[in-house]
Design a binder for this molecule. Structure first.
Ligand SMILES: Nc1ncnc2c1ncn2[C@@H]1O[C@H](COP(=O)(O)OP(=O)(O)OP(=O)(O)O)[C@@H](O)[C@H]1O
Length: 660
């Protein structure tokens, strides 16, 4: 018997319908179209029952990969495996229960405690270690002011299993992202949720390493290249037990998996510099989240911005990863091509937050046809489903059917039909079964320790500050120009009695202006905060590591800014000649700038918007400046508010006192 290498061969998973019919003892035929990078395969499978138990036999009609497998269970508790040049197989959990594997010919497989190697290259995997996610009677609503509550999701029940991809589809605004957020436990605080979401039959929170979420927006550090972005992320997320070389290899392998090998050294780019295309950025976002090989992966619109070929390849790779490692993937998707659609095992179709269909993706066509909405020949089934249930453009869609059924009616027919269908019963049954099985508790993934995270974040932030002209370099140029102006206006001021006021004014201007200009870096601060928000939400690192990294990386730049423009102003004006005096002057500038930078970061975290942040930051600094004891002498400040708390809070006071 000649066995083909399992790494190059696509895996085949019997669909739940096939398994269901096997378990029920009926006979069925179905065909699958599976692709890998090189070949498209068509297979045919059949099931039959045996009197002494259940048997499932599958055979391939493909000339390139012919195989037949027979599993028998029941009284005989016997498994027979007859494989000719077979690809490796993975069995659904339904089979797992019903199939007895002859342990004498099977030895434990790779990477999955419940998998068995039968023959040299054949791995029969029983996915017991993955994550089964179930949700039952899930409602999500938001308060609608005086009109009460608006329901975004209603009465949803469903499941997602290891090794499978569940696609959530529906028209725009139907609640796809909300469902993903609810399942991932990241609904926004203004929503209310009821219902039961269980992980392996238990109430658990998803910890770092067990799940990852790729959001709809690509929030990336625009100054980094693809290789750098993914590698820095690998260093932050992967455990210290992995060597640097291994982390680098993992990062590069993941980049290649997402088809970005030709753009490895291209900068991501943003609003100021064009770099990657939208679709490439999407793939970088996916790369970063799949680095840790999470057992549960949420993808919100993973293919938006991708052309149909790229969409197919990206989704195909994600599905392959899911099959290979028994991962559970849930993806909301807008417009899958027919090829992409064929990759999905299960489909959850939503309309206005209500389930129109939940079940095997391959059976949806039959469901629609049986309700009077057959998919026209040559139309992509996914397009047909969405067109049937999109009521936003009702007039056009009505014309698409028989001209009698409105979309509203069509949706109602489908919803009612689904509730009384076998699919609905099957979902309820499956959810109950998964909940009963109660799989193992989730283990938290390990990641880099705090020191490593601080070091990596410092390095990454330093590189970003260096490459982002708006962060410090532009400010440095303006500071130099302005300090030259100050130097010429107050040139060689002397030490006469009349120069006292001029000195005070000059020192106040230098101290206040240099700190005030920190708001010039606000756009970059906001970008930093967005990246921090995403990475923190996904558990890559915590607040302290970010604060340490950002503070240490900014020190060299703030020192340059305090020294060069400071020296120009100081020596042109002709302040104290000794070096200690200048060092004290520069140090004061440096400390004040550090303080203002931190203040601006706080503002950026509270008001994450350029314009509003700049206005707020400028307002706060204006109040501080006004109250620092220069424009109004301290004893003249009105008591108690301005004289007491505010005068001591205003940091300009300390800068002025120090300088004078
Ligand atoms: N936190 C929230 N507060 C108020 N309304 C919300 C909130 N979250 C979602 N919604 C509303 O719920 C509906 C569904 O939103 P959701 O983003 O889930 O849709 P979607 O199907 O993902 O849409 P799209 O495909 O366009 O991204 C929308 O009308 C949206 O305005």
């Amino acid at each position: 018997m000649e066995l083909s290498s399992s790494t190059n061969v696509p895996r085949w998973t019997p669909s739940p319908s096939l398994l269901a019919s096997a378990v029920e003892g009926s006979s069925s035929k179905e065909s699958h179209v599976l692709d890998d990078d090189h070949a498209e395969m068509k297979r045919q499978s059949s099931t039959a029952s045996a009197d002494d138990g259940i048997s499932l036999s599958c055979s391939s009609m493909d000339r390139n990969f012919p195989f037949s497998v027979v599993f028998k269970t029941g009284a005989a508790q016997n498994s027979g495996l007859d494989i000719h040049e077979a690809p490796s197989l993975r069995l659904e959990s339904a089979v797992e229960k019903s199939v007895g594997i002859d342990q004498t010919v099977a030895k434990p497989g790779y990477g999955n405690d419940q998998s068995y190697v039968v023959g040299d290259d054949i791995e029969v995997g029983l996915r017991n270690k993955g994550i089964c996610l179930t949700w039952k009677d899930l409602w999500v609503g938001v308060s609608n002011g005086k009109n009460g509550k608006r329901m975004i999701l209603q009465e949803l029940t469903g499941f997602a299993q290891p090794g499978e991809m569940l696609a959530i589809m529906g028209p725009s605004g139907s609640g796809k992202s909300t469902l993903l957020d609810a399942l991932a436990g990241r609904l926004s605080s203004n929503t209310q949720q009821t219902g039961e979401i269980l992980i392996n039959g238990r109430r658990e929170t998803l910890a770092f390493g067990t799940s990852a979420y790729v959001t709809q927006d690509d929030i990336l550090m625009t100054t980094l290249t693809v290789r750098e972005a993914v590698y820095y992320s690998a260093q932050l997320q992967l455990p210290d037990s992995m060597s640097k070389v291994e982390k680098k290899e993992r990062a590069e392998m993941t980049i290649r998996e997402m088809g970005l090998q030709d753009s490895m050294d291209t900068r991501i780019g943003g609003w100021s510099v064009k770099g990657l295309s939208g679709g490439q950025k999407r793939r970088v976002s996916i790369c970063i989240e799949i680095l840790t090989r999470p057992k549960l992966l949420f993808l919100d619109e993973p293919t938006s911005g991708l052309d149909s070929a790229a969409s197919y390849h990206v989704m195909n790779r994600i599905v392959k990863l899911a099959h290979r490692d028994g991962r559970t993937v849930i993806a909301s998707i807008h417009q899958p091509s027919s090829e992409v659609f064929e990759l999905f095992q299960n489909l959850c179709l939503l309309s206005s937050g209500i389930t129109v269909y939940f079940g095997p993706a391959s059976m949806a066509e039959q469901f629609f046809a049986s309700n009077g909405f057959p998919c026209p020949t040559l139309r992509n089934p996914a397009d047909h489903y969405l067109r049937t249930i999109n009521k936003d453009f009702d007039v056009d869609i009505e014309q698409g059917f028989d001209g009698k059924t409105s979309t509203e009616e069509a949706i109602n027919i489908l919803i009612q039909s689904y509730k009384s269908s076998n699919h609905f019963q099957q979902v309820q049954k499956q959810v109950a079964e998964i909940c009963q099985q109660k799989g193992g508790a989730l283990e938290k993934g390990s990641q880099a320790n705090f020191i490593t995270q601080c070091l990596v974040l410092t390095r990454r932030s330093f590189v970003n500050m260096y490459r982002d002209l708006g962060y410090y370099w532009l400010r440095l140029a303006i500071y130099i120009a302005l300090c030259l102006c100050v130097g010429t206006i107050f040139y060689d001021i002397g030490s006469t009695f009349g120069s006292i006021q001029a000195r005070g004014a000059m020192l106040m201007f230098v101290g206040a202006f240099l700190t005030f200009m920190a708001i010039g870096g606000f756009p970059s601060f906001v970008e930093d905060m967005k990246i921090f928000g995403r990475e923190r939400f996904n558990g890559h690192y915590g607040v302290s590591a970010f604060v340490v990294g950002n503070t240490f990386s900014s020190i060299p730049y703030l020192l340059i800014i305090s020294l060069i423009p400071g020296a120009i102003a100081y020596y042109m004006v002709g302040l104290q000649k000794s070096f200690e005096h200048f060092a004290y002057f520069a140090l004061l500038l440096f400390v004040t700038m550090m303080l203002v930078e931190s203040l601006m970061m706080i503002v950026a975290s509270i008001v994450p918007d350029f314009l509003m942040g700049i206005i707020t930051g400028a307002g706060i600094q204006g109040v501080m400046m006004l109250n620092g004891g220069f424009f109004r002498l301290p004893n003249d400040l009105p008591k108690p508010f301005w004289r007491y708390p505010m005068y001591y809070i205003a940091f300009h006071k300390y800068a002025n006192e120090g300088h004078c």
